[in-house]
Design a protein around this ligand. Structure first.
Ligand code: IMP
Length: 199
């Protein structure tokens, strides 16, 4: 069976991507599975550049077709911040996801609600350096002032899906994996993966 490398060191993303791709009859491997210790600097100007850089770097290091995700949360009243910088949205080095959520709520406190926002994901699939496929997905909702739920990762406990009245962190993984930005991007990637692995 052909192998696809899930090109990320983010455990939350690995778990979701493994579930999203489980029916594809492709052998999924993680960097840890192949003892690959690679950190890629995310210095691109947009999600596409970062996702492409990560996918190509992991493909070159492993010799495997590699799928990388670059994603972020864009809050309208913060002019789209933290966006591309979602993983680094805190003045203090070494801050964790909980610190970043608290910092976001601090920055939103005096702003009028609803704090509408969306998650964005760009996925890059690198077959070789010159053969990279890009797909995208978005998920719309709003930020709420109190954390709810324990599932998912990152900003999930403060991101509400108004139509369900649940935060992302209150969803079962199966539900998040039907609705999320990453799920939508993966859905768009399926025809490409079929072409890459089955044609
Ligand atoms: P990057 O793609 O490595 O730059 O990191 C994306 C960052 O966006 C993550 O570290 C999270 O802070 C945030 N993020 C992306 N997707 C999600 C999600 O599904 N739930 C919550 N936070 C997310």
């Amino acid at each position: 069976m052909n192998k696809l490398l899930i090109a990320t060191n983010n455990k939350g993303k690995v778990i979701e991507l493994q579930d999203l791709l489980k029916d594809m009859e492709i052998e999924l491997v993680t960097p840890a599975d192949i003892n690959l210790n690679l950190e890629v600097e995310e210095d691109g100007a947009d999600y596409k550049e970062n996702a492409t850089k990560k996918a190509i770097s992991f493909a070159q290091a492993s010799g495997l077709v590699s799928l990388a995700d670059d994603s972020g949360l864009e809050v309208d009243v913060l002019d789209g911040a933290p966006g591309l910088y979602s993983a680094r949205y805190h003045p203090k080095p070494g801050a964790n996801d909980a610190d970043r959520r608290a910092y976001m709520l601090e920055n939103l406190r005096d702003k009028p609600r609803p704090w509408t926002a969306h998650f964005h994901a760009t996925i890059a699939i690198a077959v070789t350096q010159g053969d990279v496929h890009i797909v995208e997905g978005n998920c719309y909702g709003e930020i709420v002032p109190e954390e709810r739920g324990t599932g998912g990762f990152g900003y999930d406990p403060i991101f509400l899906l108004p139509e369900l009245n649940k935060t992302m962190a209150e969803l079962e993984m199966e539900e998040k994996n039907r609705l999320s930005h990453r799920a939508k991007a993966v859905m768009n990637a399926v025809p490409m993966l079929r072409r890459i692995f089955y044609s």
